[in-house]
Design a binder for this molecule. Structure first.
Ligand code: SF4
Length: 282
């Protein structure tokens, strides 16, 4: 049987008003990047996007809010969105990605139908202060621990290409492995002239090597290639699967455009893989 590839779509349901200073992120208000900024995407629009994602074979649908973490108002909004998507498109596993979260908040999300929580460690603990000064890495790790305590599936990974060393990349992967997540999103930095980070896009060969390393260190996790796939690999992106990835994000990312999902379907099938039809397929 051919390897199954899992497809996941993301919806930016509250965009661009984050007060934090992550140097790779266009959603921070500090850098004035030219992106769309809004507080609450209408629920009908979120459901419409979920339906479209399922039609394009997504098995996961991620509700993302920009910001350091949840407060009562944003928690209610994410729950409302999750309940609406669950009701209208029950085949989708709902992932929430809303920053720092307490155990109680995560339990509330779970009771609203959320199945997984995404919170990336982003980079190694030692490099983190160079990319963010407004919150610390340990807080991120603690949220990941809370996700597991709440009985949600944990998605945690990071982003490569911020100027970190190879040792720092390995350290990130070791920390991710210590959390035993279900899924590991790997992003590659997408440069934007508004951001304080200089262009540091990884070459495709180096990025493929990082996927191979991640697969060796995380042999049983789902490895998902997320933001930066297109600019990093171009037409070589089918090579991510031989390197060890078995999931991708389809459609647009939070603030950048992605590929046409139908082009991705063809790419996966032409490469001899099968598109998973359910989130918990093996
Ligand atoms: S906390 Fe999240 S949304 Fe805010 S700047 Fe950092 S990465 Fe961006």
């Amino acid at each position: 049987m051919s390897k199954k590839i899992f497809l996941c779509a993301i919806s930016n349901i509250s965009s661009g008003h984050c007060l934090e200073d992550c140097r790779f992120c266009t959603q921070s208000v500090r850098y004035g990047a030219a992106i769309e900024r809004f507080y609450h995407k209408p629920i009908e629009k979120i459901v419409e996007e979920a339906r479209a994602a399922r039609k394009r074979s997504a098995v996961g649908f991620c509700l993302v809010t920009a910001g350091k973490g949840l407060d009562d108002k944003s928690l209610r909004f994410v729950c409302e969105a999750a309940e609406a998507v669950k009701k209208e498109v029950p085949e989708l596993n709902i992932i929430a990605c809303n920053g720092t979260a307490t155990l109680d908040q995560l339990r509330v999300l779970k009771s609203a139908g959320v199945g997984s929580y995404n919170h990336n460690l982003e980079t190694s603990e030692s490099f983190y202060p160079k990319i963010c000064t407004t919150h610390d890495w340990k807080e991120r790790y603690e949220t990941c621990e809370n996700v597991k305590k709440a009985g949600l599936n944990l998605c945690t990974g990071g982003i490569f290409g911020l100027g970190e060393t190879m040792d720092e990349r390995i350290s990130l992967l070791e920390s991710v492995a210590s959390l035993e997540p279900a899924s590991v999103p790997i992003n590659f930095f997408h440069p934007n002239s508004a951001l304080p980070l200089a262009d540091r896009t990884l070459e495709a060969d180096e990025a493929l090597q990082m996927i191979r390393t991640a697969r060796e260190m995380l042999p049983s996790q789902r490895i998902m290639i997320a933001g930066g796939r297109e600019i990093t690999f171009g037409e070589r992106d089918r090579e991510i699967f031989t390197a060890g990835a078995n999931a991708i994000v389809i459609g647009d990312y939070l603030t950048t455009s992605g590929s046409d999902p139908l082009r991705d379907h063809r790419m996966i099938e032409d490469a001899g893989y099968e598109i998973a039809t359910e989130c918990h397929d093996n």
